[in-house]
Design a binder for this molecule. Structure first.
Ligand SMILES: Nc1ncnc2c1ncn2[C@@H]1O[C@H](COP(=O)(O)OP(=O)(O)OP(=O)(O)O)[C@@H](O)[C@H]1O
Ligand SMILES: [Mg+2]
Length: 361
């Protein structure tokens, strides 16, 4: 065969193959019997955040987190010695490691081939991040729906009798001379019952929020009115809330967003032990209106940061841990998002982003 004739055809062939392989939605990686990456397509490079020169010639374990990273050479050696197949020809869900160190779920199937007496392995990688995210959301929605059913039962079975008990005790209380110790006890019982009722009410708002009634809503004015309410609270004796900027009216449910912002501002005020200034910055960008709530407190404790929005996560002796979970749920009912940053210098910055208009449904 004459090289002059064969080479151009082969070049066209190789270029075509490259285009086909690069057009694949799934990642494709070929390694040799030592785990060295011999070929990697565009999708795999995107998935892991590397470019070709950083990954070709490297050991494929670069793309794995521990413990697979340390064990991968052993996996190949074991297969070559014993012929045993744990993933080859089978495929399974594994974890990938991006260049930035983050990990993600993927399905990997591996095929084996012999070329010129040497073993090579072709891996097809399907990114499962999106599916896992949807599954997590579905699980969360199912858990919320169950909690909603439970809350409805509690409301019926506990709240109504509680109101009846409170009414009866109040009647008994009015028959007691006001300054007796019994009258004090009755007052204390009523305060405890009110606390219990508030807890059930909070649980209901979180687990079974009413369908939002959207109307034009001035968020800046709402924040100002929450701020003046908080300043009258004896628990926050030296609190300042500075509101800057403004946002145009949005379509929102005033009652629900009031509860969401109250929870966030109360958390900020509690973190600062009622002293100092909370900065509230409002600004409009494109289709979103954002409100940043910045406090000078100690920041969110690291141990609960990852689960901050889960119900009943609290570090407070008298907290129920429903504030953040409720705020998130109510903001999401408006098509919005909440994000949290605790800068290394201290304090907490909570950003609520709400769409200017909400598609109802
Ligand atoms: N601005 C903040 N600064 C520091 N920690 C915060 C802040 N906001 C929330 N946290 C932490 O997150 C936890 C959960 O807050 P969340 O509002 O859900 O519940 P809570 O305030 O403890 O109780 P509840 O709001 O039901 O009375 C708090 O206990 C606190 O540790
Ligand atoms: Mg709270």
């Amino acid at each position: 065969m004459n090289q002059g004739n064969a080479a151009p055809d082969e070049r066209v062939g190789a270029a075509r193959w490259r285009a086909i392989v690069d057009a694949a939605v799934d990642g494709i990686i070929v390694i040799d019997a030592h785990g060295i990456v011999e070929a990697i397509n565009a999708s795999a490079l995107r998935m892991f955040g590397y470019n070709e020169s950083e990954s070709l010639g490297q050991n494929v374990k670069l793309l794995m987190p521990e413990p697979d990273r340390s064990r991968h050479d052993g996996y190949i050696a074991h297969h070559l010695q014993t012929g045993e197949r744990r993933i080859i020809g089978i495929g399974r869900a594994v974890t990938g490691r991006r260049k930035d160190g983050t990990t993600f779920p993927l399905h990997l199937s591996v095929g084996e081939l012999d070329l010129d007496g040497e073993k090579h392995f072709t891996g097809i990688l399907h990114d499962l991040s999106r599916r896992t995210e949807l599954e997590d959301r579905l699980r969360e929605a199912t858990a919320l729906a169950r909690l909603g059913e439970m809350a409805a039962v509690i409301a019926h079975e506990v709240k109504n009798p509680l109101a009846a008990v409170r009414g009866a005790i109040q009647v008994l209380g009015t028959r007691l001379p006001p300054s007796t110790s019994d009258a004090v006890i009755v007052k204390e019982i009523i305060a405890r019952l009110d606390g219990l009722n508030d807890l059930i009410q909070d649980l209901l708002v979180f687990a079974r929020p009413p369908k939002p009634k959207f109307a034009a809503l001035d968020i800046t004015a709402m924040l100002a009115s929450i701020a003046s309410l908080l300043k009258t609270d004896p628990a926050f004796p030296a609190l300042e809330i500075s509101i800057t900027g403004s946002v145009p009216p949005i379509a929102g449910d005033a009652n629900l967003l009031d509860i969401a912002f109250q929870n966030l501002l109360i958390n900020a005020a509690q973190a600062m032990q009622g002293r100092g200034t909370i900065d509230v910055k409002c600004h409009a960008d494109h289709d979103w209106q954002s409100v940043e709530i910045i406090d000078q407190g100690p920041g969110i404790p690291a141990e609960i940061r990852a689960e901050l929005f889960r119900p009943f996560k609290t570090t407070k002796a008298r907290g129920t841990g429903l504030g953040m979970a409720t705020a998130k749920r109510l903001v999401e009912l408006h098509g919005g998002q909440i994000s949290v940053v605790c800068p290394p210098a201290g304090g907490t910055e909570i950003t609520v982003r709400l769409p200017t208009t909400v598609s109802e449904g």
